[in-house]
Design a protein around this ligand. Structure first.
Ligand code: ADP
Ligand code: MG
Length: 240
């Protein structure tokens, strides 16, 4: 589903991604961890071309992400993205937030879009909030709306960039639970998070990044029990 082959990226003279190679299979859940500034968000943002790569090859769902012929909308139709900050439209209801892109970008008719929105609101556990405004929801509920909004586009993969980092502690669990359910249903997911419990329990593979490099990757059972790289050991000591 995702293939990075020897990808480099620079911000000006700053080498932010260094020779990244990573394959993510359909249905796989990959959790990316690492210190702040190690390039996790940048790597994620390259996948839907919010950032362009400097060299190497990046293919997502068969599409060469940075190809000259590539239609960026075709690429992004395949990819849902959930950020730390939910980025909901404050002046639109929950339902309108979810139906907007399917109607505008996919040409879905309004009734179908609303049915789909209700389906995903039920999935994330808040169908009763359909006609509320984002400001009337808790942070955890807003993030669940953001996930429902991503899912309503029927993407082939979902990217999560620290989806629980802006939440009060008591709301983290409800969002992780929704993500866990998605994983169980076979969604392909790349998740940047500091929630090591989630990584341990849900990830098929953990990728540890430091200073723009993938330093180590492995099954969570092996990685958490016995990280090989010294930098990974140090990192785990600090976060666990
Ligand atoms: P992480 O998500 O792991 O915290 P980021 O991918 O956000 O790391 O950032 C990696 C590095 O690239 C950081 O040093 C950051 O300051 C730098 N960086 C991120 N975005 C930009 C940008 N648009 N321009 C220049 N430098 C950037
Ligand atoms: Mg980040």
């Amino acid at each position: 589903m995702i293939s990075f082959r020897n990808v480099n990226k620079h911000y000006g003279s700053f080498h932010v991604l260094k020779d990244i190679s990573l394959e993510v299979d359909q249905g796989e859940v990959v959790v990316v961890i690492g210190p702040s500034g190690s390039g996790k968000s940048t790597m994620l943002r390259c996948i839907n071309r919010l950032e362009t790569i400097s060299d190497g090859e990046l293919v997502v769902s068969g599409i060469h992400v940075n190809g000259k012929q590539t239609d960026i909308n075709d690429l992004r139709k395949n990819i849902g993205m959930v950020f730390q900050h939910f980025n909901l439209y404050p002046h639109k209801t929950v339902l309108e937030n979810i139906t907007l892109a399917p109607i505008k970008a996919l040409g879905v008719d309004e009734k179908t879009a609303q049915e789909t929105a209700v389906f995903y609101l039920e999935k994330v556990g808040i169908p009763e909030k359909a006609n509320s405004y984002p400001s009337q929801l808790s942070g955890g509920q807003q993030q669940r709306v953001a996930i429902a909004r991503g899912l309503a586009m029927k993407p082939k993969l979902m990217l999560f960039d620290e989806p629980t980092s802006a939440l009060d502690p008591e709301m983290i669990g409800e969002v992780l639970e929704v993500m866990k359910q998605l994983a169980t249903e076979g969604m392909t997911m790349v998740v940047v998070t500091h929630e090591m419990g989630f990584a341990r329990e849900v990830a098929d593979r953990v990728v540890f990044m430091d200073e723009g490099k993938i330093v180590e990757e492995g099954r969570p059972s092996e990685f958490f029990a016995q990280p090989q790289a010294e930098r990974a050991q140090l990192f785990l000591k600090r976060v666990l």
